[in-house]
Design a protein around this ligand. Structure first.
Ligand SMILES: [Zn+2]
Length: 665
């Protein structure tokens, strides 16, 4: 009994501590702990909760890692319909909205028409219910009246508070979205044909997943923009946003009180360019009447409230000339036509290339070489050609011809019936496919070999030093030194990076092999069902198809892969290279060389960007700070160090060069 009381106290303390750090990290962006330290706290909590399962509560941060599987989401009715805002692209509509609200209120004898302008996040709207300070329900918008109860998935989003100050029963609405960086990482870890078109699609797809552990891995974010039902109701929307922040929600911070139409137009103009620099996608500005008490007075039409409107930025388009089309060969042999464009400024960056996806798309557009084309960037990360300016077609246009042979190796191209893409079947020898496999193997979610970049891979393949990923592990420093732009130091770095990659997990290796249709999530399932490559190779298609999330297509593709005649020899090579061919061989662990050490970087580093260097320190138990004090344990001085170096020397703090820092790693 005393044991359990004692545990309850520790659990409560740990939870409080973890939520505090969670808030510092995700909402205030001022982390005090390294990721490693944070994970340690969470592990402690999970271990304790496992020991005392009666003490597990839904508001525990342990619930953020997910784990629950939902077969079917229960439908729930919103307490008040979730109306969608009316959208407009026309500045005239904004003015009309403003004047209409002003007039309607004047009829009521009210002369209060301040508006709050907020950025519109391009995500998925949800509703959160809190009772006694606890998150009790998270639901999708659905049709506005009824949505799905997706609480288990919502709990995994770090910026959704699980517990807040008890302010009675409240409803918070907001947007779930994915940051550009998290979106790109997610897509990178998925097979090409399963990639999401944009962060919004990825978010919508993720919220509906049945496996909450997978939801947790995808790192979604949440911003709150609506608060309802609080006792002592605040009457201004602007103060409600502030209140949401006090309660621990993120509001995105970019909102403003606008007194006049002029202020609104200024806010819209200001963000039309600035928004491209944000780490997430925004597609407009939402205007809401600040006086909440007047919302009911204005009411709503059948679909949208009359007290708010969403201004949407027009999709960014530019006109340019299509100079040529080149054909890229992917790591799985797929041929992708890529348009080479006359460089043009679009959405804050210069665009000179754009994908044409496949030959059906070229046919649909009717595009020819030298045509004037319109390119567009909306929710997508990569711009695309959307139309041809036919009335200005020059006389020297040339048709885009589907190549009959692979542009890399000359093999005649093939097309699988029912598929839109052509491919090069020369898997073994096609240099483009070899390069693609090597780069995939080295990518961040695979074996994470940073020093193996594109330029180096190009060289290694061109001079036939490497034919498959196994060869990498038998490269000798003297061979590498002779390569262009390599030198002794880089050769050593690569050999060491390869050496370190041997300690990565079997699950990563499975993903890194680049088997068609096997993304990161599938690799995880496979590694659990078949903890060694040997076992996996012996599995039949029928057996594979019984693994969760693996359908007949994926099962077929895996069997296909292992049936290739070159595979036994290849796997022997991987085995000789010392790679983890089974789960028990995985020894993924990082040294703790920086345990307890406070590190400061000053000046530029040659081999690491600042973020990577900081991550390396934190992974190894250290802390990274931005100002020197007596407590600073180590200063890493790159080239052109600033005044921080002088200060460090004065304080007698240990100073090391980039080389010494690398050695410490
Ligand atoms: Zn080829």
């Amino acid at each position: 009994m005393t044991d359990s009381i004692h545990a309850a106290e520790r659990i409560a303390k740990l939870r409080q501590e973890i939520e505090r750090h969670n808030h510092l990290y995700y909402i205030e962006a001022k982390p005090e702990l390294s990721d490693y330290e944070f994970d340690k706290l969470l592990e402690q909590l999970i271990a304790l909760e496992r020991q005392f399962p009666d003490l597990v509560t839904p508001d525990s941060p342990s619930q953020r890692v997910g784990g629950a599987i939902t077969k079917e989401f229960v439908s729930v009715t919103h307490r008040e319909p979730m109306l969608s805002l009316s959208n407009t692209y026309s500045p005239g509509d904004v003015e009309e909205f403003y004047n209409r609200v002003k007039k309607l209120l004047a009829l009521e004898g009210v002369d209060e028409h301040e508006m709050v302008a907020e950025l519109k996040f391009d995500g998925v709207a949800i509703s959160l219910l809190y009772r006694d300070g606890l998150l009790v329900r998270g639901a999708t918008r659905g049709d506005g009246v009824q949505g799905d109860d997706i609480t288990v998935n919502i709990r995994t989003i770090p910026t959704v508070p699980l517990k807040i100050e008890d302010v009675g029963e409240i409803e918070v609405r907001g947007e779930v979205f994915m940051r550009k960086e998290d979106f790109e990482q997610l897509n990178e870890s998925r097979p090409e044909e399963e990639r999401f078109a944009n962060p919004r699609n990825a978010t919508a797809g993720t919220l509906k997943l049945q496996d909450s552990a997978e939801v947790a891995c995808r790192r979604m974010s949440f911003v709150a923009y609506y608060l309802k039902g609080i006792r002592d109701e605040s009457t201004a929307h602007f103060s409600r946003l502030k209140l949401l922040e006090e309660l621990g929600f993120s509001t995105g911070n970019h909102y403003q009180l606008c007194r006049e139409l002029h202020d609104i137009n200024e806010f819209i103009a200001e963000w039309s360019e600035k928004r491209w620099k944000l780490p997430y996608e925004t597609d407009g500005v939402v205007l809401k009447l600040n006086a909440v008490t007047l919302w009911d007075k204005l009411g709503a039409t059948a679909k949208s409230p009359r007290w708010a409107i969403a201004w949407k930025y027009p999709a960014q388009q530019a006109r340019t000339v299509l100079n040529a089309v080149v054909f890229q060969v992917g790591r799985l042999g797929t041929i992708t036509p890529v348009a080479e464009l006359e460089p043009v400024l679009l959405a804050g960056s210069t665009v000179s290339r754009s994908t044409l996806h496949n030959f059906d798309e070229i046919g649909r557009l009717g595009v020819m070489i030298h045509d004037r084309v319109i390119i567009e960037k909306s929710g997508e990360v990569i711009p695309k050609v959307i139309s041809v300016v036919l009335e200005e077609r020059p006389s020297d246009t040339q048709p885009i011809v589907i190549p009959s042979n692979c542009p890399e190796c000359g093999t005649p191209l093939a097309r699988t019936e029912g598929e839109v893409s052509y491919y090069c079947a020369n898997e073994e020898e096609c240099p483009a496919q070899i390069r693609g496999r090597l780069l995939h193997f080295a990518s961040r979610n695979a074996m994470d070999i940073k020093s193996l970049g594109k330029a180096l891979v190009d060289q290694l393949v061109a001079i036939r030093l490497v034919k498959d990923v196994g060869d990498l592990y038998f490269l000798q420093e003297p061979q590498l030194e002779k390569l262009e732009r390599m030198g002794r130091k880089s050769a050593q770095n690569l050999v060491r990076a390869l050496d370190e990659s041997r300690a990565k997990s079997y699950e990563r290796l499975l993903y890194a092999l680049g088997i068609r249709h096997v993304g990161r999530a599938t690799a995880r399932e496979l590694s659990q069902a078949y903890p060694s490559l040997e076992a996996l190779m012996q599995a039949s298609e029928e057996q594979l198809a019984t693994v969760p999330d693996i359908g007949p297509v994926v099962a077929h593709s895996i069997c296909d892969y292992f049936a290739k005649p070159s595979v036994p020899h290849f796997l022997e090579k991987l085995n000789a290279a010392g790679l983890p061919l089974s789960a028990s061989e995985s020894t993924e662990q990082i040294n703790r060389n920086f345990e307890g050490l406070t590190v400061l970087f000053t000046g530029g580093l040659d081999r690491y960007d600042r973020l990577t260097a900081s991550e390396l320190v934190m992974e190894r138990g250290g802390r990274v700070v931005n100002s020197v004090s007596k407590k600073t344990g180590l200063v890493v001085a790159g080239h052109d160090p600033g005044s921080k170096l002088d200060k460090a020397l004065k304080l007698g703090v240990r100073v090391v060069s980039e080389d010494e820092f690398e050695a410490m790693l």
